[in-house]
Ligand binder design. Structure first.
Ligand code: CTP
Length: 319
């Protein structure tokens, strides 16, 4: 019926089995992989029952006026004021309106990309989605440089740009954004309290430097809708990771979705250590309950979809 049909046992087996990240359950052959177009259409249709990515990818100017008070999506007791700057950066219409692509790349940030030589292949897709403003230039051979849509959790300001404490941090940030030209910069500003100052600084820098990026701020219902879709398909995700959110959104716009940089495990299939991010030394407890994400379960789900031809997952070297 086109639903994912992930069996209960598959999902329930989650963490214990996933710990054996060297085992064959993660193997997916890239050779002989073929797109299953009717499954792609079914999945798109099913996801559309939960969200319309064209609309939910961003709130628009007419959604709010400056001074409006909204409740955070994952922290309903706390509120945020829509500032003038934020309001002025809301798009007039969805930045993804009427955009359709034959092939798209969704690039996750796993260290599995290092030494992959996938840069050219990634850049050859019609639309390239990246996560959390990950650096590309120094890693171009493995990750490519093209970027049409890039996400930025507010925490990135602290993590990668020193909290904008020095002029040089701000310059580095402005430089990174200026390289994006007019691609979409997607900032989940309404999820949880904590990052509002960072979002305001980002907004101010974009305005001050007249940067070309097309800012987008996901709708208040997006995350619940995405969770709802996966839950209905028996994939119990507490909070979808950015990568899974991007795949879910991309099903609306892309006929063929290729995933790179998805590997939430500390070792590769040969037992070699894999960095959590290809570009920094962040450590991650893949199986910790403290983490908001269930990336190994997400990965397993994406692997099933790969094997059924709904998407293509590349975790090895590109030819
Ligand atoms: N990812 C992965 N394996 C990793 C690291 C990342 O599969 N070792 C994928 C995940 O789907 C993740 C995406 O790449 O969402 C982008 O990585 P990151 O920037 O770390 O994503 P976040 O979801 O924002 O993670 P966090 O909330 O921990 O910052």
């Amino acid at each position: 019926d086109g639903e994912l049909c992930l069996s209960r046992s598959l999902v329930n087996s989650s963490d214990k089995i996933i710990r054996k990240a060297g085992s064959t359950i993660f193997q997916h052959s890239v050779q002989g992989w073929k797109i299953n177009s009717s499954l792609v259409l079914e999945i798109r249709k099913n996801i559309l029952r939960f969200l319309d990515a064209e609309r939910d990818v961003s709130v628009v100017k007419s959604s709010f006026k400056p001074g409006d008070v909204i409740h955070y999506v994952l922290d309903r007791r706390r509120t945020l004021n829509i500032s003038h700057n934020l309001h002025s950066l809301l798009p007039e219409v969805s930045p993804m309106k009427n955009r359709r692509f034959k092939t798209c790349a969704v690039v996750g940030n796993s260290g599995i990309l290092l030494d992959s030589g996938c840069g050219k292949e990634i850049d050859s897709h019609n639309f390239v989605i990246r996560c959390n403003l990950a650096p590309v230039v120094e890693f171009a051979a493995d990750v490519g440089t093209k970027s049409d849509f890039i996400t930025m959790n507010p925490s990135v300001v602290q993590r990668a740009f020193g909290g904008f404490r020095n002029e040089s941090d701000r310059e580095k940030f402005v430089h990174r954004l200026s390289m994006l030209n007019d691609s979409v910069l997607w900032i989940p500003a309404f999820m949880v309290k904590g990052g509002e100052k960072h979002v305001e600084w980002v907004n101010a820098l974009i305005l001050k430097n007249k940067l070309q990026v097309r800012t987008a701020y996901p709708s208040l219902r997006l995350i619940h809708a995405v969770r709802g879709y996966w839950l209905t398909n028996k994939v119990p995700i507490k909070r979808p990771s950015t990568g899974l959110l991007m795949y879910t959104l991309a099903t609306r716009f892309c006929d063929e979705i290729h995933l790179y940089g998805f590997w939430p495990f500390p070792k590769d299939l040969n037992g070699k250590a894999v960095k959590y991010h290809y570009y920094d030394d962040l450590k991650y407890r893949y199986f910790s309950n403290a983490s908001p994400h269930r990336m190994p379960l997400e990965f397993k789900t994406l692997n099933v979809l790969h094997n059924r031809g709904a998407l293509k997952l590349t975790t090895g070297k590109c030819m």
